[in-house]
Design a binder for this molecule. Sequence first.
Ligand SMILES: [Mn+2]
Length: 365
Amino acid sequence: MKINYKRRWDEIRQNLGDNDAFVCSLPGNTRYLANSEAPPGCPPGSTMNFVIIPSKGEPVAITSSLEEHRCRKESSIEDIRLWTHYPDIDSHGKTAIDVLKATLSEKKLTTLYSDTKVALGRKFKASQNNFVTEMRGVKTPDELERIKNAIKQSDKGQEFARNLVECGEGLTEREVRTEIDYFMGRCGIQENSFSTIIASGPNAAHSHHSNTNRKLEDGDSVICDFGVFWDGYCSDITRTYFVGAKPSDELKNIYQIVLDANKKSINALTEGNTGHNIDKAGRDFIRKKGYGRNFVHGTGHGFGLEIHEFPSLTYKSKVIAKDSMAVTIEPGIYVPGKGGVRIEDDVLVNGNAPKILTKAEKDLY
Ligand SMILES: [Mn+2]
């Protein structure tokens, strides 16, 4: 299914109020409007500096001359304007902001919505607006097709990871990471959606661990958290495995609590429910079991063009779940010195019947 950019541009035009244009510069938003199927690039989000959606007329994209080739190839926007400070290279200006101002003046666009604060000077009136960022929270069929393909690959990665970790005594976290990344690379993914996290034994007690050369030991809990980009969209999945496949009674108990909390928050992910309630469903259960202070992060987040995007599902979140929002549900318990467990699924809001998109086995121990 082709991505329907025109639908996206039109929806923004319809929500401009009295403004002349929407100016986007956040990397997820510019990819949404111009080149969704490209991965974020290197450095991430470097391709388009600005995308302008005017109330009337065609959109304009602004990028550096360095990115010209890539942008012309990937972009759904035909009017691409370049900046460079090298005098020998043809361009529309010396900096991205110069080109933005010149384009806005040329097209007589003066009152603007912008997805971030931009300093444009007195000639323009720009107000910050989250419409595009929030619009991306609800996924359309062209996006879901790509998200499901990304998830298929990370599900395969988890099956591989389980076999490797359960028999992986003596391997280092970095070796496990490298094997998983190599396996998924051979499956044809565009790139990882973030650096694969392998946290073993006492390191699994840190929710965001950087891989080390620690060797896996029998009985360790090993948190495996990764995802991939496929046709520009990403996935995010965490499973926890045990070296030797036999957890201690304490870790097995923790595993079951996290798994039940994961299921409770998934069941709470219904249309109209608040982020707070979705978080609370799992958190209250974990608290009742005596591990409230060991669940140190929010329950989940939106994902799609970016690994973390709107909406955020935390204790403080007032966001209302809407149909076709794609979010993660990822409770965890982290016990200093002993280890940790996190179980993360990608889930789609679907009326009262949330759809779990990740298929990797989780009823394991
Ligand atoms: Mn996540």
